[in-house]
Write a protein that binds this ligand. Structure first.
Ligand code: FMN
Length: 207
């Protein structure tokens, strides 16, 4: 079964900036919908997920629910790696499309829905492969290594990942903080309700 044949541009986005690992949990702390990327044996794929969450500070860890029916889960299980990334408002329709079509039945779904990909920069220290495709236009990206928990994975579809590298768009995540108020509205992240409806991240409330 061929997953996808879409090409991956090599250049990272202009504002793609490293995030220190002790701040990586903040990229997920506000509960956004994510795109999950994975790759194995020359194949790659991306799907939408609403059930992703920060789990620990140091080393940073995340949880992710991956249904057994998904092609992405097969790639995650085979490679032991995945990337989470935070799609933005202009990406809402694409997010629903790649969260509706499965690569199992739509092998060209990424190409079909115009998902623009690039490669994560090389990270020798993380020993994580750099062939995981990342999606252009997101507000942040987290590269994760699976911490195997077979019981949780099998029974609850629950995967735990250690974040080994993270980046954000410097226009909206700066100095370890989200700055949605001063960033372009197009960089607001998406929060899924149901039936194709999202809320965009709103104004901040300081206490
Ligand atoms: C907004 C949204 C959120 C979703 N959240 C999840 C999720 O948390 N976990 C999951 O397994 N599937 C989730 N899905 C469904 C998958 O994205 C969907 O099954 C997808 O087609 C799988 O693609 P694949 O088989 O190509 O990997 C979600 C779909 C949408 C549209």
């Amino acid at each position: 079964m061929s997953t996808t044949t879409s090409t991956i541009a090599t250049a990272a986005p202009e504002h793609f900036t490293p995030v220190p690992l002790d701040k990586a949990y903040r990229l997920l702390n506000h509960g956004p919908t994510v795109l999950v990327s994975a790759a194995h044996a020359g194949q790659h794929n991306v799907m939408a997920a609403a059930w992703a969450c920060a789990l620990d500070f140091a080393p940073p860890k995340v949880t992710l629910v991956l249904d057994k029916a998904t092609r992405t889960r097969e790639l995650v299980e085979a490679s032991g790696e995945f990337a989470l990334q935070l799609p933005t408002v202009p990406m809402a329709a694409m997010t629903v499309a790649i969260g509706t079509d499965s690569a199992k039945t739509h092998p060209d779904k990424l190409q079909q829905h115009g998902v623009p990909l690039f490669h994560a920069p090389s990270h020798a220290s993380t020993h994580i492969s750099t062939h995981i495709p990342l999606v252009h236009g997101c507000a942040a990206w987290l590269l994760c290594r699976v911490i195997p928990e077979p019981h949780n994975q099998q029974t609850y579809d629950l995967f735990i990942g250690e974040v080994v590298a993270a980046w954000a768009d410097e226009r909206v995540f700066r100095h370890g903080h989200w700055e949605f108020d001063t960033a372009p509205d197009a960089l607001r992240t998406l929060h899924y309700v149901a039936g194709g409806q999202f809320y965009a991240t709103g104004t901040s409330v300081r206490v």
